[in-house]
Design a protein around this ligand. Structure first.
Ligand SMILES: [Zn+2]
Length: 300
């Protein structure tokens, strides 16, 4: 790409909807500030469960057209977040959703879990060299909660980071998505206080939230409170996957979870953030005007 904005953020996610649930407020905030926000989604989410009954026929064990449908949901969600650069790794449908860990779909030859990491990372390195991000966001090594596509996304993201560095662009900061334990506990306390008013089948627990870490492991907390409505609208756009009710939401397990507009990150590569828990994913010395990479070459 030419004429790149000064600040450039890349997010690597497994399925359409993961980006919004985890980073929707962050993406909307940076996009509104003029940063280039690039989303790479590794699969179409073909194996997802479908929440609305009238769309149940899309599922993999029926019409198997959910992936195509979710391309449209992702388009709509990105429009809500103001994100214009979203891509599928290797092109739409290159890697198929692997399903939850332990299911027979894990063995599908086209699924992401079976992908060669170096080959997949090569596709990502092309995006990195094209957009030259200073910050990269993906999951932790367990994929947040053990889903094979999330684990693979982590591996591909970090390998792509290495390949791109070898080819001339080292991303200044790499982050894993996380949620501090105190924040999750407070969120569930709010959910419990809200009582019996919402339509979900039950309430999730702290253990159902991906990537919960001790508070002192969090490096950056991005306050996207001003974009909570954008995140909520984007979640609604992923209608086959997410049911939204006020400040809470549920996935296909129908368990209510608290909604968060402050999103948290743990830095795992690049020069250290020095002043405690920061509020910005980008190095401070990017001046925001000249399009150069102020903090390139940071040591691992
Ligand atoms: Zn996912």
């Amino acid at each position: 790409m030419t004429d790149l904005p000064a600040r450039r953020l890349l997010l690597v996610h497994a399925h359409p909807d993961d980006e919004t649930i985890n980073n929707g407020a962050t993406m909307a905030k940076y996009a509104a500030e003029g940063a280039l926000v690039t989303l790479v989604t590794c699969t179409l989410g073909e194996e997802g469960e479908v929440i609305p009954g009238e769309l149940a026929h899309l599922a993999a064990d029926r019409d198997d057209t959910l992936g195509e449908h979710r391309i449209g949901e992702l388009d709509a969600a990105m429009a809500e977040l103001g994100v214009t650069d979203h891509r599928f790794l290797g092109g739409p449908g290159r890697y198929r959703d692997s399903g939850m860990m332990g299911v027979v779909q894990n063995d599908h030859p086209d699924c992401f879990w079976q992908a060669d990491v170096d080959e997949a990372a090569g596709h990502l390195a092309e995006v990195i060299l094209d957009t030259r991000p200073q910050a990269l966001v993906t999951y932790d090594s367990n994929g947040g909660y053990g889903h094979p596509d999330h684990i693979q996304a982590h591996r591909v993201a970090l390998r792509g980071y290495e390949l791109a560095a070898d080819q001339g662009h080292r991303i200044a900061r790499v982050y894993e998505i996380c949620t501090p334990r105190s924040v999750v506990e407070a969120g569930f306390a709010r959910l419990a206080e809200a009582g019996k008013e919402f339509p979900f089948g039950g309430i999730a627990s702290v253990d159902d939230v991906p990537g919960v870490v001790d508070d002192d492991l969090v490096t950056v907390s991005v306050d996207g409170s001003g974009f909570a409505d954008r995140k909520t609208a984007a979640m609604r756009a992923h209608a086959t996957q997410i049911a939204v009710d006020g400040p809470f939401f549920a996935l296909s397990n129908d368990l209510g979870q608290p909604f968060f507009a402050i999103e948290h990150y743990r830095q795992v590569r690049g020069e250290a953030v020095t002043a405690g828990r920061g509020g910005d994913l980008f190095p401070a010395d990017i001046d925001g005007t000249d399009g150069t990479d102020g903090a390139e070459g940071g040591a691992r």
